[in-house]
Design a binder for this molecule. Structure first.
Ligand SMILES: [Fe+2]
Length: 555
């Protein structure tokens, strides 16, 4: 069923009866001075039961500043429960990050900053609940590329007051310059990346975060909902692994230095806790507990354990038959020792899944960067594709020919995702199985398509389900195949893959996931347009999930 909202309805929320008091003032700058001093808005996130991070950045002066902050239980700030001063300066790019503690579990709070007598917009946040929890509503977002469009989907999230938390699965920024990915659209709609060159240094990544945080949808979403965010590849550079990245060249300096600087900017510009207990910035994983209802465990699969991606370009010449293809899958893609997760990450996963099972929480949600389900390229035997090939230019025809070959040989797609690391995927499942969990609700970003997947390990045991979010703005790849070609390609993917129930790359948007003790309901919410601020909102697909026989099923 498709539910359709006009933009006006989207702006005031899914239903006006659901609006919280004073919600409309949350995130709105009180005056021009506020806008100048707090140009990049405010944000909160990385909550636990008794504390939450609040964040802002001071932009009206290059001097060091003493920034006041206050937290109240009401939006009028009559009942202030915490306050303090935070000194910021150029060493942290004038960002402000406070861990506000000694709060009550599961409570809504309001927060505000002031500097030089100027007040920031007010923000709303929430601590994690304990004990019995009836319901949890998450907005699942990923792949927000400034050059590809306006963050209208963020605005839709902002205006849904029933959302408890935004979970951003990475690609919060993109590193490319104005001659790279998205630049053509950026020029057309006036959203060119800043700096104009590819982000390489700390100053570059800081400037890129700053630009993204001027987007109106971003400002209002962050003010109204707390954030749980993980990084994917583009917060540093496309397709990284432990020794480099596909988009890091030798003349761009030292990879480890670049990665370290990109992550410094991430920690400065997002409401996340700094590393604790001797951990490094790269070791970024968490277990968020929602009383007796859910665990959300986040993964780090980019910078702490990942082996180099396999590139078909290096192998395709030698794969002439199905036998060659099988040998490639077994010996190259499936080579032992090809990792995605570090040993420390795996130990954390084992411990926390086990804790979650012991605590008898109803749901185990995995916040994960890339698509986990096993997917082979579909067979493009439909005569439509032959005809399409005749109509395409040579580049697009080459793309179609490559896809056709992969499909004929039954080879996997997207080797940067878990598909390129089948041993690591099996090991991940084994860790969860050993800890007593086959009921995983895996969330995935990165792909710029929507997915409804069912997960199985190599023994054929159901391991749960996977919901994949499309980009907030980033478009799917293979656009040269045209809309009908892509729709048929997606339909063929679902038909040829046991684990793919439904996929569709046509849309931009997010997933609204509502869970309670009886089941989970996911709406795939899309915006009709990202190249201007005019858009409609539609739910293009909905799924219902139940926990049954120790695993999860679509019903
Ligand atoms: Fe992306």
């Amino acid at each position: 069923m498709i539910r359709k909202f006009t933009r006006r309805e989207a702006l005031i929320g899914v239903s006006s009866t659901l609006l919280l008091p004073a919600c409309s003032q949350i995130g709105i700058a009180p005056d021009a001075a506020s806008n100048a001093a707090f140009l990049h808005g405010i944000a909160s996130g990385d909550p636990d039961a008794t504390s939450v991070v609040i964040w802002t950045r001071i932009s009206h002066s290059d001097n060091a500043a003493d920034v006041g902050w206050r937290v109240a239980t009401d939006s009028d700030f009559q009942n202030i429960v915490a306050r303090g001063q935070y000194r910021t300066d150029a060493s942290r790019d004038h960002t402000v990050k406070v861990v506000v503690d000694k709060l009550n579990p599961g409570q809504e709070y309001y927060y505000q900053f002031d500097v030089d007598g100027i007040h920031s917009p007010a923000g709303r946040t929430k601590t994690l609940p304990v004990g019995h929890v009836d319901q949890l509503v998450l907005a699942i977002a990923t792949c927000s590329n400034y050059s590809f469009g306006y963050f209208n989907a963020y605005e839709v999230i902002a205006n849904d007051p029933t959302i408890d938390l935004v979970v951003h699965l990475g690609d919060y920024i993109y590193e490319h310059g104005t001659d790279g990915y998205g630049s053509e659209t950026g020029r057309r709609i006036g959203r060119n990346h800043a700096p104009a060159h590819e982000a390489l240094t700390l100053a570059d990544y800081r400037q890129r975060f700053a630009q993204y945080k001027t987007d109106a949808g971003s400002r209002v979403m962050h003010a109204r909902h707390p954030l749980i965010v993980i990084w994917d590849d583009h917060e540093s550079a496309n397709n990284p692994w432990m020794g480099g990245a596909a988009n890091h060249q030798d003349d761009e300096g030292d990879w480890e230095m670049r990665r370290a600087q990109s992550l410094q900017a991430f920690y400065e510009w997002l409401p996340v806790r700094d590393p604790r207990n001797g951990g490094t910035r790269e070791e970024y994983w968490r277990h968020y507990k929602f009383g007796d209802l859910a665990s959300l465990i986040t993964l780090e699969s980019r910078h702490t354990g990942r082996s180099k991606q396999i590139d078909y370009e290096d192998h395709v010449g030698g794969i002439k038959s199905k036998t060659d293809a099988q040998e490639f899958i077994d010996a190259v893609v499936g080579a032992p020792g090809r990792n995605l997760l570090s040993d420390k990450m795996k130990q954390f996963l084992a411990d926390e899944i086990s804790e979650s099972v012991q605590a008898n929480r109803r749901w185990r949600i995995i916040g994960n960067q890339s698509v986990m389900a096993k997917r082979i390229a579909p067979k493009l035997s439909d005569p439509f594709f032959k005809k399409l090939g005749n109509d395409l230019n040579s580049d697009a025809r080459n793309t179609l020919d490559s896809l056709t070959l992969l499909g004929d040989l039954g080879l996997p797609t997207d080797l940067d995702s878990w598909n390129g690391y089948p041993k690591a995927r099996e090991n991940f499942y084994q860790i969860c199985k050993d800890a007593g969990a086959r009921d995983l609700l895996v969330l995935a970003g990165d792909s710029h398509s929507y997915w409804q997947n069912a997960l199985y390990d190599d023994a054929g045991d159901s391991m749960g389900v996977e919901l994949g979010a499309t980009g907030i703005t980033s478009p799917r790849s293979l656009l040269s195949l045209g809309q009908e070609g892509l729709s048929r390609f997606d339909a063929a993917s679902a038909a040829d893959n046991k684990e793919v129930v439904w996929t569709e790359g046509h849309y931009r948007g997010f997933i609204r996931l509502e869970i309670d003790h009886d089941g989970a309901h996911a709406d795939y919410v899309t915006v009709s347009n990202v190249e201007s601020r005019d858009y409609n909102v539609q739910v293009v697909h909905s799924v219902h999930i139940e926990s049954r026989d120790g695993t999860l099923r679509y019903t």
